[in-house]
Design a protein around this ligand. Structure first.
Ligand SMILES: *Cc1c(COP(=O)(O)O)cnc(C)c1O
Length: 413
């Protein structure tokens, strides 16, 4: 097979090398400089709302510093969307705090505002203290019910950190996701909406918060002629080389988003009339997803070729993991996994040179979080059992989408 279609690949505009060359020519090969400032200015112009943006080494670092800025420390609790990638909740544990997971509603697949309020009241009743922050996520780019989440948060005076790592350029009621809460997290990892090879950013409410985040991101140096440290800092600033890639990427961000949206509507047309397969689309006109990944769910009753061989073999390597750094699995099964028809479709697409991926496994089912409180309603677990992500992004052509749907249809019995 000549070609492989990947889930979401970085796609360069051609301008990146100009910005990088300038960094070399002017000797700014460090974690600050003109590209960092330029990239931050581009991001501020894009997100609007008079926000201030700090470029960082990763989205995970952005979550970490936002939590720090919200005063999260040992013994605190933070409410985190249950249906997410581990980078939303891991930084809570870096600070010695405990994530408390809140499940999703079935329309957007993101944090359920009603369950959120129940969780807040129950945590206050059980611990006598309010959770320190709330982290809703824009999973696969889909906006959350952020208006209702903000209303709940404001009622209890709890700051919101929006994890927009997958939702860069998505909008709710016309406003860019990541600009509703106190802080907004962006990621520019290799597989995200745009890339800086690796990187992230934190959207901040004002200049003062931006300066505070920058201080913590650069080892918390006090202003003396020698190194003087009064608090613990981190080495989280973005390099001027990575920021050069980011400036190049910002010249094509609108085209990239338009292509992701185009692909989703194309998949929709091609899948029309295919029974048992449901595409995840904007629940109403208030939602404007960037469709970072196109996702669908399979009816458990749908029969797919090769189901009897699903989970027969232990998979080599991990999802999205670099070879050699993941643990070898001791069994082909865990106590919660996608339905056999989903795994059979993933294997059929894989054999046709198409990468697809199960939906993210909810945090309350992750062994590492078995001791974290979780407020669950069955939505994310049910989605995890039924869902699959399909390739999207600038590297996926209309012909690719047609080929992918052809293969989906042909593996259905
Ligand atoms: C990718 C991702 C992050 C973290 O971003 P990195 O830049 O990879 O550290 C955080 N949250 C979610 C939901 C993500 O998908």
């Amino acid at each position: 097979m000549e070609k492989r279609i990947y889930l979401c690949l970085a796609h360069m505009s051609g301008r990146e090398q100009d910005f990088i060359k300038e960094a070399f020519d002017t000797n700014w090969v460090v974690p600050l400089g003109p590209n960092v400032n330029g990239f931050e200015a581009d991001l501020e112009a894009f997100v609007g709302q008079n926000k201030h943006v700090v470029a960082l080494s990763s989205g995970t670092a952005a979550v970490h510093l936002a939590l720090l800025a919200c005063g999260v420390g040992p013994g605190d609790e933070v409410l985190v969307q249950n249906f997410t990638f581990c980078a939303s909740s891991n930084p809570v544990t870096y600070l010695g705090a405990t994530p408390v997971f809140v499940d999703s509603e079935a329309q957007s697949w993101n944090m359920d505002p009603v369950l959120l309020e129940e969780a807040i009241r129950d945590r206050i009743a059980k611990t006598g203290r309010k959770p320190k922050a709330i982290i809703p996520v824009y999973l696969y780019g889909m906006p959350a019910r952020i208006d209702e989440i903000m209303a709940v948060a404001e009622r209890y005076g709890i700051p919101v950190i929006e994890d927009a790592a997958e939702g860069f350029g998505s909008r709710f009621d016309g406003r860019v996701c990541g600009t509703f809460g106190q802080y907004g997290v962006l990621s520019f990892n290799g597989n995200k909406m745009i890339t800086t090879s690796g990187g992230g950013a934190l959207i901040c409410p004002d200049v003062e918060s931006k300066r505070r985040i920058m201080f913590y991101a650069t080892q918390a140096r006090e202003s003396y002629p020698y190194y003087q440290h009064e608090v613990i800092g981190y080495n989280y600033r973005m390099s001027n080389i990575c920021a050069g890639i980011g400036r190049g990427q910002m010249t094509v961000i609108d085209e990239h988003i338009a292509h992701h949206k185009h692909l989703c509507s194309l998949y929709g047309k091609l899948l029309a009339g295919v029974g048992g397969v449901a595409l995840h689309e904007n629940p109403s006109a208030r939602y404007d997803s960037n469709y970072w990944l196109v996702t669908l769910t399979l009816d458990p009753a749908l029969r797919v070729k090769g189901e009897e061989r699903a989970y027969e073999a232990v998979v080599q390597g991990a999802v999205g993991g670099a070879a050699g750094v993941t643990h070898a699995a001791s069994s082909a099964h865990t106590d919660s996994e996608p339905n056999r028809n989903v795994e059979a479709m993933r294997m059929a697409l894989d054999a046709a040179g198409i990468e697809s991926r199960p939906l993210w496994k909810p945090m309350h089912l992750q062994p590492v979080y078995r001791n974290s409180p979780a407020y669950v309603n069955g939505v994310s677990e049910s989605l995890f059992r039924r869902g699959l992500c399909l390739p999207a992004g600038p590297c996926v052509t209309d012909e690719d989408a047609a080929y992918i749907v052809e293969n989906i249809k042909s593996c259905i019995l």
